[in-house]
Design a binder for this molecule. Structure first.
Ligand code: NAD
Length: 252
């Protein structure tokens, strides 16, 4: 028996990086997954690699409420029930001092992370099974500040407020709601941030961040996936309204 045997999981941003690694682990643990994202080609490849017996997908931008609702409908139609929600889609946004941040770009980062997570939670909360689990991927940037990253840091902090509210609202149904806070994790998404943040070549940019992390290295997507699995499964049955860090000690 897998730790998510016969569970159904919806994963936004499921076509790459942390979302895809988590979907792969969830399927290995007995779950079926419904991936939601904006990259249609990558979603198709992900479903093919996970196997259509265990995976399906909807192309949807999480800032579009009607599209999120359609994606949740598609998940329920395909799999019949919903047990775990992994709200994980994200973008990094502009890296610049606050006085140089564009308002449209700031609003877009807030929209993807905060409005997007809100849409996902709003349309899954009434349909998730009692005893289910909702996980929102925040970040170390949801716990501490980083200069030049004001849109991303503001968005990732705001997700914690959403999580704490919904955790209280859904506790009577034993639905748990937590935020996941990865530190620097080796993905093209993070490489892009580090290149722009440091202005260095990739190797030097990665080393700059490795040197900040007490455990001395980036996390892998599989390490983040294992933390997501813990929050998704009954192993964390008494864990709700928690900010769960996997960052090698960086935020400590
Ligand atoms: N990699 C890291 O170091 C790190 C650290 C902390 C937090 N995070 C967070 O983890 C999550 C996943 O990041 P990742 O590193 O796997 O990068 P990624 O770019 O591989 O994953 C982000 C996913 O979100 C999707 N997406 C983007 N905008 C979307 C939208 N409007 N609607 C639907 N889907 C959308 C992308 O297509 C992509 O699949 C993000 O929320 C990110 O902020 C990453």
């Amino acid at each position: 028996m897998g730790r998510l045997q016969d569970k159904v999981v919806i994963v936004t941003g499921g076509e790459s990086g942390i979302g895809l690694a988590s979907a792969r682990l969830f399927v290995a643990e007995g779950a079926s997954v419904h991936l939601v994202g904006i990259e249609e080609g990558l979603l198709g490849e992900a479903v093919a690699s996970l196997g259509e017996d265990h995976a399906s997908a909807t192309t949807a931008d999480v800032t579009d409420e009607a599209a999120v609702e359609r994606a949740v409908d598609a998940c329920l139609e395909r799999w019949g029930h919903l047990d775990v929600v992994f709200s994980n889609a994200g973008i990094s946004g502009q890296i610049a001092p606050v006085a140089e941040q564009g308002s449209d770009g700031f609003a877009r980062v807030l929209a993807v992370h905060v409005l997007g997570a809100f849409h996902v939670v709003k349309h899954t909360a009434p349909r998730i099974a009692d005893g289910g689990s909702i996980i929102i991927t925040s970040s170390i940037a949801g716990l501490i500040g980083f200069p030049t990253l004001s849109p991303y840091v503001a968005a990732k902090h705001a997700q914690v407020g959403l999580m704490r509210t919904v955790a209280k609202e859904l506790a009577p149904r034993r639905v748990r709601v937590n935020t996941l806070h990865p530190g620097p994790t080796s993905t093209p998404f993070q490489d892009d941030i580090e290149l722009r943040f440091t202005g260095e070549e990739l190797e030097a940019a990665n080393k700059f961040f490795d040197d900040l992390i007490p455990l001395g290295r980036h996390s892998t997507v599989d390490e983040i996936a294992r933390a997501a699995l813990y929050l998704a499964s009954d192993d964390s049955a008494m864990v709700t309204s928690v900010t769960f860090s996997i960052d090698g000690g960086l935020a400590g």
